[in-house]
Design a protein around this ligand. Structure first.
Ligand SMILES: [Zn+2]
Length: 80
């Protein structure tokens, strides 16, 4: 008895992987926008406001790194 699943089923991208990838892309876009916003205001903001913007950039970077780690981890674990 040969029971073979359609090859296409395995090849089709894993949904979780796609979702994690979308999340990673979004997080990366958010991060790069935050960097642009910070760069555009460099020199115009000072003290607390600059610190506040830096914080937003740092948070966005941390989130995009986290999203990438999740994406990588899923691929490593799932083998998709
Ligand atoms: Zn997967």
């Amino acid at each position: 008895m040969t029971e073979r699943r359609e090859a296409g089923q395995e090849v089709a991208a894993c949904r979780t992987m796609q979702e994690l990838h979308n999340r990673y892309q979004l997080a990366t876009q958010t991060y790069s926008r935050a960097v642009d916003a910070l760069n555009a205001r460099i020199g115009a903001v000072k003290g607390d406001e600059y610190y506040f913007l830096r914080q937003i950039v740092d948070d966005a970077r941390a989130r995009s790194e986290e999203a990438r780690n999740e994406f990588d981890r899923h691929i490593a674990e799932h083998g998709c």
